[in-house]
Design a protein around this ligand. Structure first.
Ligand code: GTP
Length: 282
């Protein structure tokens, strides 16, 4: 996971670097987390890449609620975007990317043709906030390990194009942009997915937020995973029940809330509670 601290200077620099990269490319692949598609978008993305055709990739779809991911696809399509839901780890869905990229660049290809030029490969850039899966997707499309997790704003390296089939080329370094910070709920959603480091937000707060959400939206999977006989309205009671059932006790028989919070977050992130989305379209 990234170590970037997004101070204003770093944001300005990331923005400059992305603007520089955009000059070389035809289409943008905006990568978001399918569990939190709006919270995991950069707040300035629409302004920054307004002049480029864009494909929205709902990544980590293997972890998200398929029914809600479908709703998100329709939501973004309704806003005029092309959308594909993908799992970059296994590659599921990624095979559709070259064809959709070509559809997006149709105007460009027409222009080249009109000028009597040969059609060339479409050039794409992957753009997203930290930890959303940019490197995993680049490696998947390249069919080998290319992107290092050390590729950070500020570390200059020779950029190269990766061939993805015969009609698509991908910049081997992604564009990294900062997440939204202004909204507490956005921060909690990002923290729950692991996009924000656990030291930044109190992880007990994050676990409480998650548990409140799960008890409202996913009571059945929650009960099954933690062998609960009922969903208690009081979150502390829920913590207690989970802690007791898993034997997370301190001396004196008190529940170890730190351990219980850690467990809830870990099991959510590793999909053990189920395929869960933390955000729904309005
Ligand atoms: N389950 C699942 N995990 C994924 C997927 N894509 C990426 N990951 C995991 O998410 C974590 C972050 O992936 P990276 O590819 O390092 O993300 P990044 O956007 O390059 O991150 P930064 O380098 O911090 O900007 C890793 O643990 C990946 O294995 C996916 O589609 N499904």
């Amino acid at each position: 996971m990234t170590t970037i601290q997004w101070f204003p200077g770093h944001m300005a620099k990331a923005r400059r670097e992305v603007t520089e990269k955009l000059k070389q490319i035809d289409v943008v692949f905006e990568l978001v987390d399918a569990r939190v598609p709006l919270s995991s978008r950069n707040p300035m993305i629409d302004v920054l890449v307004s002049h480029k055709p864009r494909l929205i990739l709902l990544n980590k779809a293997d972890l998200a609620d398929p029914y809600i991911t479908e709703q998100w696809s329709r939501y973004f399509q309704g806003k005029g975007f092309k959308v594909i839901s993908i799992d970059s780890q296994t590659g599921k869905g990624t095979e559709k990317i070259p064809t959709v990229a070509k559809e997006l660049a149709v105007d460009l290809l027409e222009k080249l043709k009109a000028k009597g030029m040969k059609p060339r490969a479409i050039r794409a850039l992957i753009l997203g906030i930290p930890n959303v899966g940019k490197s995993t997707l680049i490696n998947r499309l390249a069919k080998k390990k290319i992107a290092k997790t050390g590729d950070r704003p500020g570390i200059t390296k020779q950029q190269q194009w990766i061939k993805v089939g015969s009609e698509l080329e991908l910049l081997d370094t992604p564009g990294i942009l900062w997440p939204k910070f202004e909204d507490q709920i956005v921060g909690l959603r990002l923290a729950a997915t692991g996009a924000i480091k656990d030291e930044i937000l109190d992880f007990q707060d994050v676990a409480v937020f998650l548990l409140k959400y799960l008890k409202e939206q996913y009571p059945k999977p929650l009960m099954e995973r933690f062998k609960l006989t009922e969903i208690n309205e009081d979150v502390i009671e829920l913590f207690d029940a989970i802690g007791r059932n898993r034997g997370l006790l301190m001396s004196g028989g008190y529940i170890d809330y730190d351990k219980a919070a850690e467990l809830i977050l870990r099991e959510f992130r590793s999909c053990k509670i189920g395929k869960i989305s933390l955000e729904k379209p309005e």
